[in-house]
Design a protein around this ligand. Structure first.
Ligand SMILES: [Zn+2]
Length: 330
């Protein structure tokens, strides 16, 4: 059985035919190049208006990644035509196996996106010998397809997260729906700038944004800024880990300032060795530490206050609300 026969069973295109297929042996891993050409007398379709137009010229050949098999990378090779469209001008033709300017076939996009639901994106990239960026694009395309067919009217809680990828500081922003009974990926965008998140809100729409009750994110400034601007009515739940690390720093600052003040006023600096005491969770304190904590609590000090707030806080889900209250009372 010939490869062409199989391809015509699984991936047949009306106006295009499979031509020469060759195995490239000097590359590792092996590569299979499958040439495609347009059917004789078929007219190219304008990629802008979708109408059949007469051909203008032909662009250089391009490789489109297809699903690899047996450890062999597979590429479609095709030289796209340009059309002379009376409505749109000189435009590149529409091809059925890839969207827009993509160099990855739509079939492969869905293949990668399906695996990306089961494994981490870098595992998918490694398993199929493709780049992380291809996996990212696959998920992005699948998500954008899903978005067009998605009902977002019930989304009242979202999570905004950043993901680092590749070498250096390259980030993407992902937005999830995190309603109690419905969790799914809603949106993916490149970088983690204010512009990135603004793009999400533009897609999400004003009406739906007004319905948001909860937004969860870390303390990345660009996110905080956009969320405050676009969805000020929603309760913004900040990532617990980041808050605790900020609070520990704050307690430390208050403690050392307070210790200095006590010494300058001639008091015995109780706070001097109290750092770990304050930063530890109460259940982790030893008996001696417990005793000195009790002593420490006799002083009505700022550091002690901030300690109490922090502990009280551990039991709260809505940290930001509490912080707001704390900033009023302290
Ligand atoms: Zn056109």
């Amino acid at each position: 059985m010939q490869l062409k026969t199989i391809l015509n069973r699984v991936e047949k295109y009306q106006s295009f035919v499979y031509g020469k297929i060759q195995l490239i042996e000097n590359d590792h891993p092996l590569e299979l190049e499958i040439n495609l050409r347009s059917r004789q007398n078929s007219r190219p379709i304008c990629s802008i208006c979708g109408r059949k137009r007469s051909g203008y010229d032909t662009l250089p050949e391009r490789r489109f990644a297809f699903i690899p098999f047996w450890g062999i990378l597979v590429y479609f090779i095709y030289a796209r035509r340009r059309v002379d469209c009376s409505t749109c001008g000189i435009k590149v033709e529409q091809i059925p196996w890839a969207q827009g300017n993509q160099t990855i076939t739509t079939t492969y996009v869905w293949f990668l996106a399906r695996w990306a639901k089961r494994m981490s994106w870098s595992e998918v990239a490694e398993s199929f010998k493709t780049s992380w960026h291809h996996v990212f694009q696959a998920v992005k395309m699948a998500v954008s397809w899903g978005r067009q067919h998605m009902d977002i009217s019930g989304v009242t809680a979202i999570g905004v997260d950043e993901m680092q990828w590749g070498r250096g500081h390259r980030y993407i922003t992902v937005v999830y729906q995190i309603n109690e009974n419905y969790k799914r990926l809603l949106w993916v965008g490149e970088k983690r700038t204010t512009k990135t998140l603004l793009r999400f809100f533009r897609w999400f729409g004003k009406a739906q944004t007004k319905k948001l009750e909860f937004i969860c994110s870390d303390m990345w400034r660009a996110y905080l800024k956009v969320i405050a601007k676009k969805a000020g009515q929603a309760i913004h739940v900040l990532d617990r880990f980041h808050i605790m690390s900020h609070m520990n720093k704050a307690i430390d600052q208050v403690r050392s300032a307070e210790a200095k003040r006590l010494v300058s006023q001639g008091y015995d600096p109780v706070l001097k060795n109290s750092r770990w005491l304050l930063l530890k969770r109460p259940e982790n304190l030893t008996d001696t530490q417990q005793a000195s904590l009790t002593e420490l609590l006799k002083y009505n000090l700022k550091a002690v206050k901030s300690y109490l707030f922090k502990e009280l806080d551990s039991h709260k889900f809505l940290l930001p609300l509490f912080l707001l209250a704390a900033s009023v009372f302290l």
